[in-house]
Ligand binder design. Structure first.
Ligand code: 13P
Length: 254
């Protein structure tokens, strides 16, 4: 029997003002939620409260796109795990490739962020994935293993940990990974998790795929046993695309 429920996480990135985000969240909240699929939405920080209010009673969880690794203090512009928790957030993205590439954040930063989230009882969605150049050099497995090094300091996984495999070359390009390629990367990540934390953790941890997930690419990707759902950017800003991707997530696996 399957142990892992499907998971759809919308990453709205730096789009939508708080009012526009609230309007979109109201439309998402009105969608029929397919059975067996968990849903979370990650709007920008200033939109969190409006989106939280729009999602009340919908069963859709509130997520954040990032967190700062310190507990509190003189860190102008940063947002703490305790602040996110108080704002109603239950899931936080860590390690998104846009943070890695634009902000130079590294595994040591992500380890500290996940430790802080664990303190507050917030679940991390830890994002990993190789660049085009790394894939072409045959380095994908090594890169993923290095990125999982952010978990080195954990004797047990951070509570609620899920992974997102987001190949950088697939993000925002319209070129999703093939189902076979995604399944292979997910199997590798699962084996690495099992090696670190034991087989039961490997089996139970959800691994989402992200990168140009769309009504066209989702059915093939979600047909794979290894793919537990999606971290969705562009398509998550459209109610009709979201409806189609959710329907694919709810379909039985191969
Ligand atoms: P797109 O779905 O727009 O390719 O973005 C994927 C992503 O980065 C989600 O975090």
């Amino acid at each position: 029997m399957r142990e892992r429920r499907r998971f759809f996480v919308a990453n709205w990135k730096m789009t939508r003002t708080p009012s526009a985000a609230a309007e979109l969240a109201r439309a998402m909240a009105a969608l029929a939620r397919p059975a067996g699929v968990d849903i979370a939405i990650a709007p920008s920080f200033p939109a969190l409260d409006r989106v939280r209010a729009a999602l009340l009673g919908s069963g859709i969880a509130l997520a954040a796109q990032d967190v700062f690794h310190e507990r509190e203090g003189a860190f102008t512009g940063e947002v703490s795990a305790a602040m996110l928790k108080d704002a109603g957030v239950s899931l936080v993205l860590v390690g998104h490739s846009e943070r890695r590439l634009l902000r130079g954040e590294r595994e040591t930063d992500f380890a500290r962020k996940m430790a802080r989230l664990a303190e507050e009882g917030l679940a991390p969605l830890y994002c990993v994935g190789e660049t085009q150049r790394e894939r072409e050099a045959g380095r994908t497995r090594d890169v993923l293993r290095t990125q999982l090094g952010a978990l080195d300091g954990f004797a047990v996984p951070p509570p609620g940990l899920a992974l997102a495999y987001e190949p950088v070359w697939a993000i925002g390009t319209g070129l999703a990974a093939t189902p076979e390629l995604a399944a292979e990367a997910h199997a590798h990540l699962r084996a690495e998790l099992a090696a670190r934390f034991g087989e039961p953790v490997g089996r139970a941890t959800r691994i989402l795929y992200g990168g140009s997930l769309s009504p066209a690419s989702a059915p093939g990707l979600f047909a794979k046993e290894e793919v537990d759902g999606g971290l969705v950017g562009g398509a998550s800003l459209s109610v009709s695309d979201t409806t189609a991707v959710l329907a694919a997530a709810a379909a039985p696996r191969a």
